[in-house]
Design a protein around this ligand. Structure first.
Ligand SMILES: Cc1cc2nc3c(=O)[nH]c(=O)nc-3n(C[C@H](O)[C@H](O)[C@H](O)COP(=O)(O)OP(=O)(O)OC[C@H]3O[C@@H](n4cnc5c(N)ncnc54)[C@H](O)[C@@H]3O)c2cc1C
Length: 446
């Protein structure tokens, strides 16, 4: 049986390999080098477009946990990453050329894979995995948008930083909803009040902080991104750009204390709000703080916000071109589309972020398309595994919370008993996930 994999980046290379290893004949389509993406530079498969680090290898880190699972699931790209690793302490950093070259060789030499170097413009009618990534070509984006409905396809990522709730100082911050119009009795938001002096110091630091150099194809971010779909990114400006428009722009905009004043004794000049970001309520994003500041600068400047002095950042804010889908409407947890049983989507398009997460979704889609064709039940991994938690998050998140998500412990179901020691808690997550994964694989029909 023949299948198509479209895109030979991180997810597509892994997906093609997994399906081919399971005995399927794979047509792997890649548009490079005939059509280049705005960020790729070579014709190699699995090219890393930015950092050469695939994250931590420590089992007490979320990315380390995901690697342990990918080892159990026989990931090709993880094996090649380990073979081409460079000394990088506790991180898995690779020689990017050796990494991509080796992936290309392995795929080219696989007897079940046929490589077709062309841009795909329409979704094929036969069994297919779409893996065209955050920089999917324009024509193919239009085809995907037609399939999913344009409200479900986004073109820009405007991510506000996410902090760990347990690192917020609740002697300063308080829970409440504006005008007490919330769904949660305690209040849907965490609010960090600022007096005028604190506000001015914060705004000055924000304006002067170092920014990430944006790439040529991202210049429209500076003028406000009105593309995209739904109401996610309408008029979406980086917080530092908004701050530079005038000293009180933020205080009269996203930081207005209106509707919250009756919760405080002293009248705050401004209030920073944080909104729940995950089902477990352990992660909160800073509302309206999509930003292009460099990561260390975000840590320094956002820690000036009263209540966030010791904030532990799960993820920093970012704004860049990123095509991704509103997966809760489109995908099952197996990465199969709801509308078409023989169509799967993997990689950054699904809303999973980070090199390892993208490799992992490619692996799952590759295994599952083979299982579908072989009439076996599709894998939906336990939520206690990192890959299971990621696929659960992207297929169940609420619309207003949905943002691309990378591997992190905040998306896992918490332990039944509170474990204070962070390292121990995280190690136990990894142990629990691996044991559940082994049990799941043991029970599934091979
Ligand atoms: C600018 C930028 C920087 C990033 N930096 C990092 C980072 O440092 N660390 C990190 O962990 N993550 C980073 N990411 C996020 C993400 O992890 C990577 O983009 C990752 O490569 C995504 O994997 P993927 O398989 O979904 O897409 P890709 O690896 O991009 O693969 C998609 C492939 O599909 C091909 N393609 C696209 N359209 C078509 C078509 N119509 N027909 C045929 N082929 C097509 C492309 O040429 C490409 O080879 C970054 C994302 C962006 C946009």
């Amino acid at each position: 049986m023949e299948i198509n994999v479209i895109g030979a980046g991180l997810s597509g290379s892994e997906a093609a390999w997994q399906a081919a290893q399971a005995g399927l004949k794979v047509n792997l389509y890649e548009m490079r080098p005939n059509v280049q993406s705005p960020a790729h530079e070579t014709a190699f498969f699995g090219e890393l477009i930015c950092s050469n680090s695939l994250g931590s290898i420590m089992p007490e880190r979320a990315s380390g946990m995901l690697k342990e699972e990918l080892r159990v699931l026989n990931s090709l790209l993880l094996r090649i990453a380990e073979e081409t690793a460079l000394p990088a302490g506790s991180a898995l950093a690779v020689d990017r050329n050796a990494f991509a070259e080796k992936i290309t060789q392995q795929i080219e030499n696989h007897p079940n894979i046929t490589i077709i170097r062309e841009e795909v413009k329409n979704i094929p009618d036969s069994p297919t995995i779409i893996c065209t990534g955050p920089l999917t070509s324009d024509d193919f984006s239009a085809a995907i948008s037609e399939f999913t409905g344009s409200d479900n396809l986004f073109f820009f990522d405007a991510i506000a930083p996410i902090v760990n709730e347990s690192s917020i100082d609740f002697s300063i911050a308080f829970r409440a909803s504006r005008y007490d119009r919330g769904t949660d009795e305690e209040g849907d938001y965490i609010n960090c009040p600022m007096n005028k002096e604190q506000y001015n110091i914060f705004v000055d630091a924000l304006i002067q902080a170092e920014k990430i150099n944006i790439r040529e194809f991202e210049t429209d971010i500076q003028s406000g991104v009105t593309a995209g779909a739904g109401n996610f990114f309408e008029g979406c400006l980086p917080v530092e750009v908004m701050a530079s428009r005038g000293p009180d722009t933020l205080a009269f905009g996203p930081l207005t204390p209106r509707g919250l004043l009756h919760h405080t004794e002293e009248r705050p000049y401004a209030i920073v709000q944080l909104r729940r970001d995950n089902l477990a309520g352990s992660l909160y994003n800073i509302v309206g703080f999509q930003t292009n500041l460099k990561f260390p600068e975000q840590k320094r400047v956002f820690r000036l916000i009263p209540g966030l002095e010791n904030a532990d950042f799960f993820r920093y804010g970012q704004m860049h071109r990123n095509t991704f889908l509103f997966s809760p409407d489109i995908l099952n947890q197996s990465l199969q589309t709801k509308k078409r049983a023989d169509l799967f989507i993997a990689g950054q398009l699904t809303g999973v972020e980070g090199y390892m997460g993208n490799i992992a979704t490619g692996l799952l889609a590759g295994i599952n398309i083979a299982r579908l064709i072989q009439n076996k039940s599709l894998f939906e991994l336990p939520e206690t595994t990192m890959l299971g938690a990621l696929t659960h998050y992207i297929t169940h998140a609420r619309e207003k919370d949905f943002q691309p998500m990378k591997a992190n412990f905040g998306i896992l179901p918490p332990h039944a008993k509170k474990i204070r020691d962070k390292r121990k808690r995280y190690l136990l997550y990894t142990e629990r996930g691996l044991s559940d994964l082994q049990a799941y694989l043991g029970k599934s029909e091979r």
